[in-house]
Design a protein around this ligand. Structure first.
Ligand code: UDP
Length: 483
């Protein structure tokens, strides 16, 4: 949409997406941004300077473009100081609103005073019409900023709708959940199978020690009810129909617009190229050539996402299981442990990388199983690629995602904790789970479900006005630009 005079430029519809600076938050924001661009919007992602030790690959200046998406950065108030998570979250919610507001005033036409500005390029930039701010879970205050500036606000929920329902009902006291006096209470929620303690997200358990996250979720539902006009979710109707229908009846309505990873681009280079623009670690592509030499469906891909790390015991169990099962593997081991594991793997059975081109790996014909922590992006990427999973959940939403993968979607198995409920899994259990997916008695059924869900994922986002998620994105775009 190349517009030339100032009056027309003022009408260019822009969306500002405010993303928490973690890999699992940036990826769905970027992918939603790409989809909004395909509907004619201009998209900018605002995020903070990253925590020390991580940097955004490709976009390295303070304002830069990845494909058609511009990145803008605002300060979290820490000036690069390394702090613990609670301090980081406090500083972000203290300084974020002011700094984001400043950034918006500098870049968009939001206040009457801007109209009088007569400096060349600044004037053009300020004439961009901001028609929506999209916030996500860990920046709930962005909804208040939007409200104060009179800009409509949407929220992107980046976990399954099942988790939206669980957290909503927990933080709004709509249903009973386990307590210290009744720690084993089974939770029954509309549209979901009964959830036992091991299936619940760690933040709703009475043993939760991450106060910062509880505070965040509470603030988020408050901000959402007050100021959000839309809650978009990275999920799709065919995947979570029961809980989507039930949540829309009882809770603040949620609109599935996923999977945000585009199944039609997987493996064709385009998805990876775009994602590559916001990797927080440098991508090691060496595993792709190695995969080319492996038999179809023979390789186990192991990755625990951007945050979870395995203990030495957990890694040893998994490594032993892979060796005993003689499965070729690609294993993502972040940071310096990579070299260690690499040399001990030996024998050419596997390859270890510090950060993989994950969607490309999952789309490779050689990959037959994904051993994952069950982060929602990873889970949906596997669903979109039709790759069955072994889920080894660590914390947060991952236990519930594992339950969904095994019992609702039927596209994988979960490794089972030992008797005391702690996630310390022996090599026998790891081996059992991988075998069950690769060639056990249930493997054909699991693989068949994975193939069917891959097709359903593609249909949900199909262009041409057909897919359920695509229809919702178009409706959202129509509403925000007032068509
Ligand atoms: N990822 C990647 N390369 C890796 C490991 C992970 O590109 O080696 C990407 C993965 O594709 C996903 C994101 O990092 O999009 C991780 O998000 P997820 O929600 O799965 O887990 P989190 O990191 O938030 O725990």
């Amino acid at each position: 949409m190349a517009l030339h005079n100032e009056e027309e430029e003022e009408e260019e519809p822009h969306v500002l997406m405010v993303a928490f600076s973690a890999q699992g938050h940036l990826n769905p924001m970027l992918r939603l941004g790409k989809r909004l661009i395909s509907h004619g919007l201009h998209v900018t992602i605002a995020t903070t300077h990253l925590q020390p030790g991580r940097r955004l690959f490709k976009p390295s200046s303070s304002s830069t473009t990845a494909r058609d998406i511009e990145f803008l950065f605002y300060s979290d108030g820490l000036d690069g100081r390394k702090v613990d998570l609670d301090t980081f979250m406090d500083s972000l919610s203290q300084h974020g609103p002011t700094n984001l507001t400043k950034l918006i005033h500098q870049n968009y036409h939001t206040a009457p005073a801007d109209a009088n500005n007569s400096t060349g390029t600044r004037k053009t930039r300020r004439r961009r019409r901001l028609c929506c701010i999209v916030s996500n879970t860990f920046v709930p205050w962005a909804a208040y900023v939007a409200h104060d500036l009179g800009i409509p606000c949407a929220m992107l929920w980046i976990q399954p709708v099942a988790l939206y329902a669980v957290y909503y009902r927990y933080y709004r006291n709509l249903n009973p959940f386990p307590t210290l006096t009744d720690p084993d209470l089974t939770v029954n929620l509309p549209g979901l199978p009964p959830l036992r303690t091991e299936d619940l997200p760690s933040f709703v358990l009475p043993t939760n020690t991450f106060g910062a996250f509880s505070k965040l979720f509470s603030e988020m539902f408050g901000a959402m009810e007050k100021h959000a006009s839309w809650v978009l979710a990275n999920s799709f109707h065919a995947l979570e129909a029961d809980v989507i229908i039930n949540s829309s009846k009882d809770l603040f309505p949620v609109v599935p617009v996923g999977p945000l990873v585009d199944p039609s681009l997987l493996g064709k280079g385009e998805e990876e190229e775009a994602d590559g623009a916001v990797n927080l670690w440098e991508v090691d592509h060496s595993c792709m050539e190695w995969l080319d030499e492996q038999a179809a469906g023979s390789v186990v891909y192991v990755s625990f996402g951007s945050l979870a790390t395995l203990s030495a015991d957990q890694s040893a169990s998994l490594e032993m299981a892979l060796k005993e099962g003689r499965w070729p593997f690609v294993w993502v081991v972040k940071g310096t442990e990579a070299g260690e594991l690499s040399s001990s793997s030996g024998g050419g059975q596997g390859i270890v990388v510090a950060w993989a081109p994950q969607t490309k790996v999952l789309a490779h014909r050689a990959v037959g199983c994904f051993v994952t922590h069950g982060g929602w992006n990873s889970t949906l990427e596997a669903v979109a690629a039709g790759v069955p999973m072994v889920v080894y959940p660590q914390w947060s939403d991952q236990p519930t995602n594992a339950k969904l993968v095994e019992d609702v979607f039927g596209v994988g198995v979960r490794v089972r904790a030992n008797g005391d409920g702690k996630i310390v899994i022996g090599s026998e259990e790891m081996g059992r789970a991988i075998r069950e997916v690769m060639d056990g008695p249930k493997s054909e059924q699991i693989k068949g479900n994975a193939r069917r869900l891959k097709i359903a994922a593609g249909e949900a986002v199909a262009g041409g006005g057909e897919g359920t998620s695509e229809v919702s994105v178009r409706k959202f775009v129509d509403e925000i630009i007032g068509r």
